[in-house]
Design a protein around this ligand. Structure first.
Ligand code: ZN
Length: 497
């Protein structure tokens, strides 16, 4: 019998071969088991996640308007058990919703992704307005408020970090020499400011003389001083006026009254004015025809022929009016004679120089006062009647000062003076030197007007010479001659400049 080959020549012993195969399988199995267990552990038991690390606080608060810069965050992948794993992941930050100019609560969002993992984190950002507004007060240089007067605002502004310009919301209150300002913003933050009021009074009181800058009254009348004074700060200070006066209404003459008053601040004002007590005008003759009245007026004297004229007037017991000048110094004492004889003495001009007196209102009144004082020296009294050189209608004054006559007319009324023009001219101002022509002019005039104001010049010899005849004939015709007084119906030409 033959043994098969394979039995005859076995390559390996069969027991040993089988044992080797089993070992490999076991190892493989173990490896597979281990791998499965590891996988189960790594991806099953262990949970992977993305973890954030916020830089800074999770909740931040910022003032409105303050810039906000997010501090950022890091993220990493880590396991719940395998927490030694720290795999960094990119973070996307979104601050889009945050409005630093509007108070409120906002969220900053952080997003990170890795493979199948995705996560977000948030940070709370609160914008608040706790800043009060700012009030700025304006100050004007050298600004002051009158005592007793309300403060007049120099100005202010109010601005708020959130609300912007809130000037219109400012309220102010004046109290005890201060002004208090307050304003609130929409968030309720309040600001206040105050200013001290600087009081000052730099003006003295001002006097008012409603009864004229100069007073004229007749002897025996009562002088009741109508002076008042007011002050820019104190108002009416009339009660505090101190008056020193020696006015004696029982005696004809010109008196000076002095006034003094101070305001509470200590500013003092002084003034003085003339009060003239005039002699009473003679009563009009009982048999006078009111439609036949003549006011003879003589300008530009007294001069060399005035004395003769006074004699003629005296002879006829006729009163006239003299508008005097200072032209003839040697004859100035005749002003006194005119006055004592019962004629009216009135101002004409000291110089009769148009260019000088009509240069300005001031120049006019300077000349006027010079003449007024000469009259006062001669008669003891100032006079409330005057005649403009050239008459109120003159246009020659326009050569020197536009509109001066209008100004002077108003000023004279304020000062208490009455100016008188004429409605009849004798013609002796240059038209004629013939007494007969003058006579005709004057007769025609008085036959035309019920009240004739006749212009004559006592510095013309031919005027004085013809006067006796004129007066004689006018008296024969039943005319009455009267001196002009402040009671007389005035005669005005009308202003042309
Ligand atoms: Zn004249």
């Amino acid at each position: 019998m033959q043994v098969p080959n394979d039995r005859q020549r076995p390559s390996t012993p069969p027991r040993k071969k089988r044992r080797r195969r089993n070992t490999a399988a076991i190892i493989l199995l173990v490896v597979l088991l281990l791998l499965g267990a590891a996988s189960f552990f790594v991806f099953g038991v262990n949970k992977w996640s993305i973890r954030f690390h916020l830089h800074g606080e999770p909740e931040v608060t910022r003032e409105c308007g303050e810039p906000y810069k997010d501090e950022g965050a890091d993220a990493e992948v880590t396991g719940s058990i395998l927490d030694f794993v720290h795999h960094p992941v990119a973070v996307v930050i979104s601050t889009e919703g945050v409005n630093i100019h509007e108070p409120g609560t906002y969220m900053v969002t952080y997003t990170a992704k890795f493979l199948w993992l995705s996560a977000t984190e948030k940070r709370k950002v609160t914008i608040v307005d706790t800043t009060p507004p700012v009030i700025e007060l304006k100050h004007i240089d050298d600004y002051y408020t009158l005592p007793h007067h309300p403060y007049e605002e120099e100005g202010f502004t109010a601005t708020d970090n959130h609300d912007g310009d809130i000037t219109s919301r400012v309220t102010s209150e004046e109290r005890d020499g201060k002004v208090y300002y307050t304003v609130s913003d929409a968030a309720g933050n309040t600001a206040s400011a105050e200013r001290e009021i600087f009081y000052d009074d730099r003006n003295a009181p001002v006097f008012h003389f409603p009864d004229g800058e100069e007073v004229f009254l007749f002897k025996g009348e009562t002088f009741k001083d109508a002076v008042t004074a007011d002050d820019d700060a104190d108002g009416d200070v009339t009660a505090r006026i101190q008056i020193s006066s020696n006015v004696n209404t029982a005696k004809v003459g010109t008196y000076t009254v002095n006034y003094k008053v101070s305001d509470e601040w200590g500013n003092e004002a002084t003034a003085s004015r003339y009060v003239t007590v005039k002699r009473k005008p003679a009563a009009a003759p009982k048999n006078m025809d009111p439609k036949k009245v003549i006011y003879l007026t003589f300008d530009d004297g007294p001069g060399p022929y005035t004395q003769d004229l006074l004699k003629i007037l005296k002879k006829h017991k006729v009163k006239a009016t003299f508008f005097v000048t200072a032209a003839f110094k040697d004859y100035q004492k005749l002003i006194r004679s005119e006055y004592k004889a019962g004629h009216t003495v009135a101002v004409h001009t000291a110089t009769h120089d148009y260019e000088q007196i009509y240069a300005s209102p001031e120049a006019f009144w300077e000349d006027f006062n010079t003449m007024e004082e000469i009259i006062r020296k001669q008669t003891g009294c100032r006079t409330d009647i005057f005649r403009f050189p050239g008459g109120s209608s003159n246009t020659i004054s326009a050569n020197y000062c536009e509109g001066i006559m209008s100004t002077l007319a108003q000023q004279s009324a304020d000062k208490g003076y009455t100016y008188v023009d004429w409605n009849v001219t004798s013609g002796d101002a240059g038209d004629t030197t013939d007494g007969d022509v003058m006579y005709e002019n004057m007769m025609n005039g008085i036959h035309t007007y019920e009240n004739s104001f006749i212009l004559c010049h006592d510095i013309k010899d031919y005027t004085v010479k013809m006067m006796d005849k004129f007066i004689t004939d006018a008296l024969k015709e039943g005319y009455t001659f009267l001196p002009i007084t402040s009671e007389t119906l005035t005669c005005h030409h009308g202003i042309n400049n």
